[in-house]
Design a protein around this ligand. Structure first.
Ligand code: PNS
Length: 160
């Protein structure tokens, strides 16, 4: 069985993530979408909330599993028996960091390969950080995230 892992912070999930998930799920038997548990990043959404968002918006994809992980990605890839790590590249600016991480991961475990997908052009500008910035000012985020997540994102800022 060909299993890939698509890791990320997903804080929050954007159309860019959905695009990556849909496209990479088509390439493998099973796609494990793994949410990073990292309190140091001070995320807007809890891990439970991020997993639940992903569950909700990927219900139409049969060969997918949503999980969370702590520690090194390469160790978690081995734990779930994934031979591929999927990462998206939006622009050249992503490349340097992603290359360094991919090479480091390959040194640690050469049985796992990182595969890069270029983000669809319409989402090349998009990031979770941009979504949070626009939402924090009450701006329109309907072009950035699935409809069912919009209320949940605004809610985070209305409580402040
Ligand atoms: O969505 P993001 O924030 O770009 O995802 C980054 C992620 C989760 C892929 C990366 O931070 C990660 O793999 N973190 C786990 C720790 C690790 O393995 N770091 C890379 C080796 S130094």
């Amino acid at each position: 069985m060909k299993r890939a892992i698509y890791p990320g912070s997903f804080d929050p999930v954007t159309f860019g993530h959905v695009d990556m998930i849909e496209r990479s799920a088509k390439m493998v038997d099973e796609l494990v979408v793994a949410v990073l548990i990292n309190s140091a990043k001070n995320p807007l959404f809890s891990v439970k909330e991020r997993v639940s968002m992903l569950d909700e918006i990927t219900g139409h994809i049969p060969n997918i599993r949503i999980t969370s992980f702590d520690g090194l990605l390469i160790d978690y890839a081995r734990e779930v028996d994934a031979s591929i790590i999927v990462r998206g590249l939006r622009a050249v600016t992503d490349f340097e960091y992603e290359l360094q991480i991919a090479q480091t991961n390959r040194i640690v475990n050469s049985k796992v390969d990182t595969v890069f997908l270029t983000t669809s052009l319409e989402y090349a500008y998009l990031s979770s950080t941009i979504v949070k910035e626009v939402a924090s000012y009450g701006g329109d985020i309907s072009h950035f995230v699935p409809e069912q997540l919009i209320g949940r994102i605004y809610e985070k800022y209305s409580r402040e």
